[in-house]
Write a protein that binds this ligand. Structure first.
Ligand code: SF4
Ligand code: SF4
Length: 130
C-alpha cells in the first residue's frame, strides 16, 4: 500500500494533461505533409495510353472507350485504390496528381468512382503538344 502515495502525483498530472491522440473528427486532422491521398485526374492532359491501368497494383483503373470522340480514358475505382500513387509516377503527361485528401468514406460504392462526364471529353488532336 506504500505505492499509492507515490502514484498520486502521476495520476493528478495525467488527469490535467492534454490528450496525446487527436480528437478526430471533433478536431480537424493534421495529416503529414507526405501523406498520399485521393488522386486527381485531368482529362485534358490525358492521351489514353493506358499505362496507369497497366501499372496499378490494385486493378483500380479501368480504361473505357468514348465512342463519340474515339478516345480512351480511365475510370478510377477508389474503393479498390490503396493510394500508392504508382499511377501518378507512370503518367508521363501529368494527367494524374496526388492530393492530401484522405476523407473519402461514402455510403454508396458508386460515389467512389472518378468518372469524367462524356461532355468533358474532347477529341484528341494528332500531333497535339501536351
Ligand atoms: S492518365 Fe496518363 S497514364 Fe493514364 S491513360 Fe491518361 S495519359 Fe496514360
Ligand atoms: S494510387 Fe495506386 S492503387 Fe490507386 S489508382 Fe493509382 S496506382 Fe492504383
Amino acid at each position: 500500500m506504500k505505492i499509492i502515495p507515490k502514484l498520486v502525483p502521476t495520476v493528478v498530472k495525467t488527469v490535467f494533461k492534454k490528450p496525446v491522440t487527436e480528437q478526430y473528427p471533433y478536431e480537424p486532422p493534421k495529416p503529414s505533409p507526405n501523406i498520399r491521398g485521393k488522386i486527381v485526374y485531368d482529362v485534358d492532359k490525358c492521351v489514353g495510353c493506358g499505362l496507369c491501368a497497366i501499372y496499378c497494383p490494385s486493378g483500380a483503373i479501368e480504361m473505357i472507350m468514348i465512342k463519340e470522340v474515339k478516345r480512351r480514358i480511365p475510370i478510377f475505382h477508389l474503393d479498390r485504390c490503396m493510394f500508392c500513387h504508382q499511377c501518378v509516377e507512370v503518367c508521363r503527361f501529368g494527367a494524374i496528381t496526388g492530393s492530401r485528401e484522405f476523407e473519402i468514406a461514402a455510403y454508396n460504392k458508386n460515389e467512389l468512382k472518378i468518372i469524367t462526364p462524356k461532355e468533358r471529353v474532347k477529341p484528341l488532336k494528332v500531333g497535339e503538344k501536351k
